[in-house]
Design a protein around this ligand. Structure first.
Ligand SMILES: Nc1ncnc2c1ncn2[C@@H]1O[C@H](COP(=O)(O)OP(=O)(O)O)[C@@H](O)[C@H]1O
Ligand SMILES: [Mg+2]
Length: 438
């Protein structure tokens, strides 16, 4: 299939999934298509979401294993395949046994190997047998530590590195930064700190960037939580890990705890009243309520590109009670972002206002990309001539031929939600934005 046709097929599937997020077979089909196209990481996200919704879904578990192995995430792959042992082909069983041995999971390796010989005794594998024996003699290797689900840092960027979004910065200053810096003052006026802010909007428009900048702005720790790792549903440990994560944040307070792509937690919203997704949501709610009760210097920020998939329970008071739209940058913001993106490069004869006018619907990330393409053009010349030359408007205009805005698809999806599912006025901000866009 031509690239174009492939991406159309993805888009159709993605839209279908967006419109019926609880349709597990559709999500599996999307995951499968991504997998076949070699987009393993994207596939894994969809497939894991499908498994969260229907933990017994064999085709999804099989595909999760394939995707995880392709990504070198053997632990996850082994967990998935162990759950569908009875459905595996002999070759897969041998593969599973080897991978399980490699990561020190001897009992799993043994089980897979026993099953293999049960199916087909001619598949004896002396290498596997030797490793199994060796593992007994030497004592099983301790299981490798699960990857840390958190990235800790002390961001050096501040709000000055974020173009546009003035009102939002002011709001975060009042809601997040000042309460962290002056807790007593806030208490004196009866304003409770805490409660979370959930940022949503099209990809690449600065949600993650802004959260980091907020931490840099007040010089506190920043802990970015990778939901997919916490969600390590295979081990049934997600709740414990989530709890540990909050404990750790309490130790390191003041801190901003940032949950990116938080819809992954609530993906199982309508179905599965008792499944793993549900339990995770409940645990997160309990932790957030605990943060408030103990009035600690932890602030919780969340971000999502898919607010419609976020469990509504997470939006109740005291939790993510402020839900804020991060729109694509307006013309002034685009100019600011271009200036930030070109700040450390040699430039001359720029008319960024002109470029800003010509880039409607560009995200911050798109603008940054535009600046990079333009810079490459200047660099190519410099390499050819051996003489340094600055990046100019001509480079930016040339780059415009090659860089396309990436927010359009999101905005189209959002338009449907605004039209058909704007319960409780949740998407009023988006609605106003879309109307202004025409
Ligand atoms: N408003 C902005 N100001 C400056 N840079 C931005 C802005 N929005 C996006 N960017 C650039 O694009 C990159 C991707 O943005 P990111 O925050 O990851 O988007 P999101 O989390 O909304 O998907 C950022 O690292 C930053 O370099
Ligand atoms: Mg992000």
């Amino acid at each position: 299939m031509a690239d174009r046709a492939v991406s159309d097929a993805f888009r159709a599937l993605r839209e279908a999934v967006a419109l019926s997020p609880t349709n597990v077979p559709l999500r599996v089909a999307l995951g499968r298509a991504l997998l076949d196209a070699g987009r393993h990481a994207d596939a894994l996200v969809e497939l894991k979401a499908a498994v969260l919704q229907d933990p017994a879904r064999e085709d999804a578990l099989l595909a999760v294993g394939e995707a995880a192995f392709a990504l070198g995430r053997d632990g996850e792959g082994v967990e998935a395949w162990m759950r569908v042992l009875a459905g595996l082909e002999p070759a897969s069983l041998a593969d599973l046994a080897r991978r399980a041995l490699k990561i020190g999971r001897r009992p799993d390796a043994q089980a897979a190997y026993d099953r293999l010989l049960g199916l087909d005794p001619t598949m004896r594998d002396l290498g596997i047998e030797r490793s199994l024996r060796f593992a007994v003699v030497s004592g099983a290797e301790p299981e490798p530590e699960a990857p840390e689900p958190v990235v800790r840092s002390r961001p050096s960027i501040t709000f000055d590195d974020v173009g546009g979004l003035q009102a939002l910065k002011e709001r975060l200053r009042m809601d997040i930064i000042l309460p962290l810096q002056k807790p007593d003052l806030f208490k004196a006026y009866g304003k409770k700190p805490g409660g979370g802010v959930l940022l949503y909007g099209p990809p690449g428009c600065g949600k993650t960037h802004l959260a980091r900048a907020a931490a840099g702005e007040c010089g506190v720790n920043f802990q970015a939580v990778e939901i997919q790792s916490v969600l390590d549903m295979w081990l049934g440990e997600s709740e414990k890990r989530l709890h540990q994560l909050f404990e750790k944040a309490r130790d390191e307070a003041p801190t901003i705890l940032f949950f990116d792509e938080i819809e992954a937690i609530g993906a199982a919203r309508h179905q599965l009243k008792h499944g793993p997704g549900r339990r995770m949501v409940n645990q997160l709610l309990a932790e957030m309520d605990g943060v408030n009760a103990q009035n600690e210097s932890i602030l919780v920020l969340g971000a999502t590109n898919a607010p419609w998939d976020v469990d509504p329970a997470l939006r109740r008071p005291g939790r993510f009670d402020r839900v804020v739209f991060v729109p694509p940058p307006d013309v002034a913001a685009r100019e600011a972002i271009l200036a930030i993106s070109l700040r450390e490069r040699p430039v001359a004869d720029l008319d960024l206002a002109l470029i800003a006018r010509r880039t409607p619907r560009f995200s911050g990330a798109d603008l940054r990309h535009l600046a990079e393409v333009a810079s490459e053009r200047a660099l190519t010349d410099a390499l050819r001539t051996g003489a340094m030359r600055p990046v100019t408007n001509t480079d930016l205009l040339a780059a415009l031929e090659r860089v396309r805005p990436t927010t359009v698809e999101w905005l189209e999806t959002a338009r449907r939600y605004v039209t058909y599912a704007n319960q409780a006025g949740l998407y009023d901000d988006v609605s106003r934005y879309l109307q202004a866009m025409g």
